[in-house]
Ligand binder design. Structure first.
Ligand code: WQD
Length: 336
């Protein structure tokens, strides 16, 4: 069976994707520099599937360190997660984000092509759309000027891939994630936010667990059902399976174009207050929260039109918001 290289494979989405790949029969090689995760995630993956992935502690900014991986293994395709991803931090430290996210991608692509590996799945984001003009958001929605260096590295990353596919053998698929949440049902892997969580769900679960005093809801004056912002929250296990479908598409050479993009979401929008209510029901807890001012850079509403992923990738999200929130809570309860 084919061997897939997963960069950032010990991260939140990466680890769930490694599990999904192994369950589909793929051999998996992981590159991760542990800058935003723990080595113990490797044990979690192994405990779930019974197969320990091959792991290299490599920083993709060190190009020479990447080549041996392609010499040691016949890599049929690469799924590239390894990147810095905190929106707020990227505003404070733009050069760190451009250096890490773009240098890593360019190094990886150069080594792939030097070793005749031409299939890559790129971890992109719905953030490239900014506040879309029409909802649900289709892949043809215009790309808006990025609100943060993080979002800009996703846009530039897609452009790097597109330009490279035009003049090399590279075939690329960019998966534009909406909001990944939840944890594997085994509760052996999940989200490990380091420090104060920036994203909603880890902050909710840490508040419910008493680690945070209360959740601040960033604004209730948006033009939405209840005034709070709307997002498309997708279970990370469903998101992981979309990557397996995308890998299959590349390896079986079913692509129509050398560079393709897919929105990966549930197609359903939920407001912050709706998420809080669903979480309280799923966890049987009462969440302590207060309404505060809007967070700079936030958009009003985003949820995916999933027609293309459903029809072309043959992928659809199946798990509900409540299941995702319940799994996130189970995972939180396991953290010491
Ligand atoms: C969701 C909603 C907040 C925290 C970003 C990136 C995206 C992806 C996920 C990296 C918003 C509100 C949040 C809090 C709140 N990238 N919120 N109180 O901003 O939609 O997407 O993270 O992983 O590319 O753009 O996700 O979880 O930060 O916010 O009210 O303490 O929850 O205002 O409406 P976001 P988020």
């Amino acid at each position: 069976m084919h061997t897939i290289l997963v960069t950032g494979g010990l991260g939140f989405i990466g680890s769930h994707t490694v599990v999904a790949l192994q369950e589909q029969g793929y051999e998996v090689v992981i590159i991760d520099n542990l800058s935003n995760t723990r080595l113990s995630v490797l044990d979690g993956i192994t405990a779930i599937t019974g197969k320990k992935p091959i792991y290299y502690n490599i920083d993709l900014k060190e190009k020479v360190a990447i080549t041996p991986v392609f010499k040691n293994h016949q890599i049929a395709g690469v799924i590239h997660f390894a990147a810095s991803k905190a929106v707020g931090e990227s505003v404070e430290k733009p050069l760190l984000y451009y250096q890490n996210n773009l240098t890593s991608l360019v190094n990886l692509l150069q080594v792939m092509l030097e070793n005749n590996c031409s299939n890559i799945i790129f971890s992109s984001s719905c953030t490239v759309y900014g506040q879309a003009d029409a909802l649900p958001i289709t892949e043809t929605a215009p790309i808006k000027p990025a609100e943060s260096p993080y979002g800009n590295t996703k846009q530039i990353g897609e452009e790097i891939l597109f330009d490279t596919t035009k003049v090399t053998a590279l075939k690329a698929i960019a998966l534009r994630y909406f909001n990944p949440i939840g944890a594997h049902k085994s509760v052996l892997i999940g989200e490990l936010p380091l420090g104060v969580p920036q994203n909603l769900i880890p902050f909710v679960t840490q508040t419910a667990a008493g680690i945070r005093a209360e959740l601040s809801v960033f604004g209730d004056d948006y033009p939405t059902i209840d005034g709070t912002a709307v997002r498309d929250y997708i279970h990370v296990v469903d998101l992981a399976k979309a990557h397996v479908k995308a890998v299959e598409r590349l390896i079986t050479k079913k692509q129509n174009d050398a560079f393709e993009v897919f929105n990966v979401g549930t197609g359903k929008g939920s407001s912050v207050l709706e998420v809080i209510k669903a979480f309280e029901k799923a966890s049987n807890t009462k969440l302590n929260y207060k309404i505060v001012g809007r967070r700079a850079g936030d958009i009003t509403s985003a949820y995916a039109d999933t027609t293309k992923a459903n029809k072309v990738l043959g992928w659809k999200a199946h798990l509900s918001l409540e299941e995702a929130l319940a799994s996130a809570w189970e995972w939180q309860l396991k953290q010491e």
